[in-house]
Design a protein around this ligand. Sequence first.
Ligand SMILES: Nc1nc2c(c(=O)[nH]1)N[C@H]1C(S)=C(S)[C@@H](COP(=O)(O)OP(=O)(O)OC[C@H]3O[C@@H](n4cnc5c(=O)[nH]c(N)nc54)[C@H](O)[C@@H]3O)O[C@H]1N2
Ligand SMILES: Nc1nc2c(c(=O)[nH]1)N[C@H]1C(S)=C(S)[C@@H](COP(=O)(O)OP(=O)(O)OC[C@H]3O[C@@H](n4cnc5c(=O)[nH]c(N)nc54)[C@H](O)[C@@H]3O)O[C@H]1N2
Ligand code: SF4
Ligand SMILES: [Mo]
Length: 905
Amino acid sequence: MNEFRTTCPYCGVGCGVIARQDDASGQWSVAGDKEHPANYGRLCSKGSALAETLDLPHRLTAPKIRQPDGALQETDWNTAMDRIAEGFRRTIEEYGPNSVAMYVSGQILTEDYYVANKLMKGFIGTANIDTNSRLCMSSAVAAHNRAFGADTVPVSYDDLEQADLVVLTGSNTAWAHPVVFQRLVAAKERRPEMTFVVIDPRRTATCDIADLHLPLAPGTDALLFNGLLVALAQAGKLDMDFVHHHVDGFDETLAAARHDAPDIETVAQRCGLPQADLERFFDLFAKTERTVTLWSQGLNQSASGTDKGNALINCHLATGRIGKPAMGPFSITGQPNAMGGREVGGLANQLAAHQGFTPADIDRVARFWQSDRVARAPGLKAVDMFKGLQDGHIKAIWIVATNPAFSLPNANQVRAALAACPLVVLSECVENTDTAAFADILLPATTWGERDGTVTNSERRITRQLPFIAPPTQARHDWQMICELGRRLGFAQAFDYPDSAAIFREYAAMTGFENAGSRDLDISAFAQLDKAAYDALEPSRWPQPADRPAVEPFSDGRFFTPNGRARMIPIHAKGPASPLNPAHPLRLNTGRLRDQWHGMTRTGIVPRLMTHFSEPTVSVHPSDAARFKLRGHQIARLGNAHGIAYARVLLDDNQRPGSLFMPLHWNHAYARHGLVNALVNGVVDPVSGQPEFKTMAVWAEPYPARWFGFALLAPEFADRTPTDWPGDYAVTIPGANHHRIELAGVDSPDDWLDWAKQQLSTPQTEGDATPQWIEFADPGSGRFRIAQIRQGRLDWVLHVTPDSRAVDTDWLAGLFAEDELSPAMLADLMAGKPAGVQDDRGPIICACFSIGRNSLLKAIADEGITDVKTLGECTQAGTNCGSCIPELKLLLQTAGTTAGSKEPA
Ligand SMILES: Nc1nc2c(c(=O)[nH]1)N[C@H]1C(S)=C(S)[C@@H](COP(=O)(O)OP(=O)(O)OC[C@H]3O[C@@H](n4cnc5c(=O)[nH]c(N)nc54)[C@H](O)[C@@H]3O)O[C@H]1N2
Ligand SMILES: Nc1nc2c(c(=O)[nH]1)N[C@H]1C(S)=C(S)[C@@H](COP(=O)(O)OP(=O)(O)OC[C@H]3O[C@@H](n4cnc5c(=O)[nH]c(N)nc54)[C@H](O)[C@@H]3O)O[C@H]1N2
Ligand code: SF4
Ligand SMILES: [Mo]
């Protein structure tokens, strides 16, 4: 049996994965690596489904160049790289190095990241290279740098498990970092006295573990932590000895906090929280020495995200709860290599190996790289970089492993900026992303399973990603393409690496270069690894210096500021940047779903991951639904000056009244108007440049659809994108043997049957038999049904009705498996309902075993089940990856009542 140890390509937990190939069938399977210290064998729903994503549809298999008529044409690597090198060279000659840019990603490997930075900052001589981590971690990075003088995460997963109090703020850990969450759940089972506080305007799945949930008003975290600092001072719970020896800025910081948060009544009132709950939190924090405060995008993605991070860190510095086991501020990273990117200087305002743009650092970098062209000043941060594209300052950009037309704020403007830029190069593994539509040159990249390098997870642990399958013949590693550009621009010697191991060695050497303990990041112990040792590298946390013992950061009370002391930062809390007004009365919160990864290029192709949520949704508190006349399962339209989005309404009393929640995942590959970033304005934090994504002011109204429909298509008909359908609401839901399209609209084709025959009749692959149609039309009532059959098999079926009715399409989908449709089945097709009554599982809760809500409720009622363990024994639900356990608990709680119906029908 072939077996490889590698790392999951999704989130920053960095789970170890074992990929195995069955000798007989050649099939790959994945399992959690029991030896990996990040997960000890666990995987979440996304990680467990990795084997099903090895064969990506829409795979980009050859370089492509856009022709004057807009079509993409395949080409060879030499031609593509010639074009790119020529484009970059001419632009630099004419307009200078700052007229070119790279926009990279926390999803490339450290080796890719390192050479990209070396090329741009070291040799082309511009710092116009930024990363999507700008949208993700940059406020945490800025807060770390302000407080510690370095971007250091001083907490490990072991610390988390050993803490007595874990505060989770702005993090839906249960869905976004599921294996960390499972570790916390297991820790609490071992030590029930462990206490959890969750701070989030929504009641999320993470609240399942909470002893206390603080559903604060959106954007009020800085005030909350200022209030905490004041309360700690009042209670005499500060560690003044630690402050005296190791911290600057205490007096000013406490004074600023007192100004903002003079008393607990004020804080409770302005954070919109019951005073008793706030007192309980302050009290728990005051009395629990071993406290970890974990934060994520609820704080970072804010126009004052850096301040929020520092307000939180201030409380740890003032109590001396840092650099010791089981305590500390923990910014958990999102992407698999967000941390690695920060190490090699992925952000436009950093140089490689945790160095900045000080004269001494620039000089050291120049000597290490032996280049006299090192950039001397920070470059444009992501949002400004795309403004630069639009206003013509940047004339050539290379985008790597990210989909900015989807993920940047102000998506419509970003699209205009990409369209305006004379040369857009994109390296991708698939060709149907929203950004690919704007690329002049597309380069086929290797992806997970093929790539070869390292990643660093949230707890600073470096792990190998090993290749185990062959890439498409033309695909290349990102580092190979970038080095090729370097060589073609005349820097042959600096970009001549035989393999990724050589890049890793150079990077490791750079971290130790003139370091001697002056910089936190040092992995020079790895600078001599040969290829075999690199391949066998065990997961290891940095620092790993070559010339001295490794010291856990801050455990010696020493920080990386010039005087070695940490800094408390005075914070004056600010509210959300986008004000509510009568025209925009609601706050739009955005974020992640359990089973999807960002733009869904990988997770969207796994049918069972599509079942938890299969359409763009907007979660609305019932009181807001009543106020704005929104009905459950109906389609809502949300908007503001920046754009409009359509989503299906989920009534959800877990929302804070006044706040809506939309997942970020839907893009044009899946939904016509599901893109939430069309509504996000692009206001950024002045220190970090990170955009505010969680608190946009919007309006919401029911979508006055006149018709509703759905289509089911056999896979060879499913290449159509949502924009090919009539109606404002068009969503593609890939399934196992068919794709479903959900539709709603105001304007419709004159004749649906004609439309369908013309638009849907041809499959994407050549079919041989002539199609036959069976059809039903009642234009008076607005009902149409049509199905296409070839040689007895179902090609597709389309139903249109004037009213929105939840239709169980499962039985219809079953017809795609039939080799020869019987007359009874044809009759069913047209009747729009099955002859025999089917058991409807309901929306899927357990993605691993496809167990639906209705089946679970039935088991709970029939067997009188009251706990998750028994439910698992009876139904299997929750017994594989465990990601759905919070929902199972919720279901058990709400069983017997009609509440809790939060899933789309
Ligand atoms: N399933 C899945 N997991 C992922 C990803 C994915 O796409 N899918 N992406 C990965 C990446 S790149 C990242 S960055 C992480 C992100 O991980 P998280 O930050 O945990 O995820 P989000 O859903 O963006 O937002 C977290 C929470 O912040 C809350 N929030 C909103 N406003 C506020 C506020 O004002 N204060 C507080 N305290 N909370 C607020 C939201 O309600 C939400 O529940 O997830 C990683 N993991
Ligand atoms: N409204 C809103 N917007 C957000 C957020 C939010 O919470 N709310 N969160 C933000 C955050 S935290 C993040 S991290 C971003 C994420 O946003 P993006 O980075 O745009 O999201 P992905 O879909 O992960 O894009 C990664 C792309 O890389 C491709 N890819 C995969 N592997 C490889 C490879 O090896 N090489 C190459 N060249 N390509 C590869 C994939 O096919 C995919 O298209 O979204 C941000 N945008
Ligand atoms: S928690 Fe899930 S998505 Fe994150 S690394 Fe582990 S298996 Fe992958
Ligand atoms: Mo992220």
